[in-house]
Design a protein around this ligand. Structure first.
Ligand SMILES: NC(=O)c1ccc[n+]([C@@H]2O[C@H](COP(=O)([O-])OP(=O)(O)OC[C@H]3O[C@@H](n4cnc5c(N)ncnc54)[C@H](OP(=O)(O)O)[C@@H]3O)[C@@H](O)[C@H]2O)c1
Length: 325
């Protein structure tokens, strides 16, 4: 059974802890370690999340690696440290599920991917929305209910309470709305389009320069036009709309951590029809998928969309820097 360690006990760390508890309870993994630098915060985390006694505590990733306490790690740490931590873990032969975005830039992402390739470990990025049951149902029924896909629209507007956190200050982060929400929305659009590469990226940010609180991004995904709309400044019902020649599928209220929401099919000039799906915790589904891939022989599998996602963010930086000058 794979032994999994969790590094980082903040917001994302809590989602992963609940998922680890669930999947360990199914007998599919051993949650063997947890790692955070601040001992007091870690103690509170252990209590709040009812972390079992058997889960060993480490103060650094290095100590966790040296103790050979894990076969895989989940890195739920700030964006800026991801490439270096992925490299360290991969070099030690650990499979890695790292939170999104993989890095601040494409070149940082390439470092991480190269380390995983050399060590032949599985590298996954925490795009847990790929594992939401509504989105999986949407993807599976696209050919039947949408036909030839023309456009994809993803809107996620959620007032981020961490207004004085590292991301909001640009400390170890490149974007706020685009890294908290936008990279997820870009990933979802690419995944639903079954397209690893985005071209013709255009973007407007709010404010136009400085730390983004909202962003409107359009891009071409093969023959599909995609639009991503994100904001950390206001709340709106989240929407994922895939439209095509035969109709459209729309997931509402599915963007978040919970795994709930609704899925609708709209055929031209007909009443909307609700599509059933079995709601489950997308973080737990993500961990199960990660375990399956980590156990497969020749575990390194190149997912080109991970670096393409960073290409889109790089492109937005270039566009908005030019726009601001
Ligand atoms: N999938 C999602 O929807 C989702 C949701 C939320 C966050 N995230 C992602 O998860 C990551 C963490 O975000 P968060 O909101 O959880 O941040 P957070 O609440 O600030 O937590 C970050 C954690 O990392 C630890 N940490 C900070 N710097 C570190 C370092 N240099 N080395 C080791 N540990 C370090 C912090 O603990 P100590 O300072 O005590 O060490 C803390 O436990 C980000 O990449 C974010 O994009 C993803």
């Amino acid at each position: 059974m794979l032994r999994v360690g969790l590094v980082g006990t903040g917001d994302a760390g809590k989602h992963h802890a609940r998922a680890l508890t669930t999947v360990a309870g199914e007998g599919r993994l051993t949650w063997s370690a947890v790692c955070a630098r601040d001992a007091k915060r870690l103690a509170r985390f252990r209590e709040e999340l009812a972390v079992p006694e058997s889960v060993a505590t480490f103060g650094t990733l290095e100590a966790l690696i040296d103790a050979r306490a894990c076969d895989a790690v989940i890195l739920a740490t700030p964006d800026g440290v991801h490439p270096e931590q992925v490299e360290r873990a991969a070099r030690a032969g650990l499979h890695v599920l790292v939170e999104k975005p993989l890095a601040l830039t494409r070149s940082g992402g390439e470092r991480a991917v190269a380390a995983a390739r050399v060590s032949d470990v599985h590298l996954a990025v925490g795009y847990h929305l790929r594992h939401h049951a509504a989105h999986r149902t949407l993807l599976a029924r696209t050919n039947e209910l949408v036909g030839n896909v023309r456009t994809i629209f993803v809107r996620w507007a959620w007032p981020d309470p961490a207004t004085d956190g590292w991301r909001a200050k640009g400390d170890g982060a490149r974007f706020w709305s685009l890294a908290a929400l936008g990279t997820h929305a870009i990933d979802l659009a690419m995944w639903l389009a079954r397209e690893d590469h985005a071209s013709d990226v255009a973007a407007l940010l709010d404010p136009p320069s400085g730390i983004d609180r909202g962003a409107e991004v359009t891009m071409r995904l093969g023959s599909i036009l995609a639009h991503v709309s994100v904001s950390v400044a206001h709340r709106a019902v989240s929407r994922v709309i895939v439209s095509g020649d035969a109709g459209e599928l729309e997931a509402t209220g599915t963007l978040g951590a919970r795994g709930d929401g609704e899925l609708w099919h709209r055929a031209p000039r007909q009443a909307p029809v609700a599509i059933a799906f079995e709601a489950e915790n997308p973080y737990a589904a993500q961990v199960r998928d990660f375990l399956g891939r980590a156990r497969a022989p020749g575990t390194f599998s190149d997912d080109a969309s991970l670096l393409s996602n960073l290409d889109v963010l790089d492109r937005i930086t270039t566009l908005t820097t030019q726009g601001a000058s």
